[in-house]
Design a protein around this ligand. Structure first.
Ligand code: FES
Length: 109
């Protein structure tokens, strides 16, 4: 018996697609955005605020916030937790630290 009314829970195993940087990536319904990207060979989808170093999934359980993306215009979505319904536009998110606009920082965070 299904306990959730989300489409992801109703159709386990069906294909779902997301868009990222001009490509469509397919995964299995119920996978997270991070799972779909990783499953298609995309390992990084964010850059650090200082140093612009690539980041993707780190903890994979919603704790570290390393995986933040924008999904259909909604910022600060944790890719490791979001289970897409299909057709979502996922975009990179990069923000400089407050007071550091215009700096070329060497430190990472
Ligand atoms: S990978 Fe840590 S919050 Fe998503």
């Amino acid at each position: 018996m299904t306990t959730s009314s989300t489409p992801s829970a109703r159709e386990p195993g069906a294909e779902v697609q997301i868009q990222f940087e001009g490509h469509r990536y397919a995964g299995v319904r119920g996978q997270t955005v991070a799972g779909i990207l990783l499953g298609n060979g995309v390992r990084a989808w964010r850059t650090t605020s200082a140093g612009e170093r690539p980041r993707g999934a780190f903890c994979g359980i919603g704790v570290c916030f390393d995986c933040l993306v924008t999904v259909d215009g909604q910022r600060d979505v944790r890719a490791c937790l979001r289970r897409p319904e299909g057709g979502e536009l996922v975009t990179r998110q990069h923000d400089l630290l407050p007071g550091r606009q215009g700096e070329d920082a060497d430190n990472d965070c």
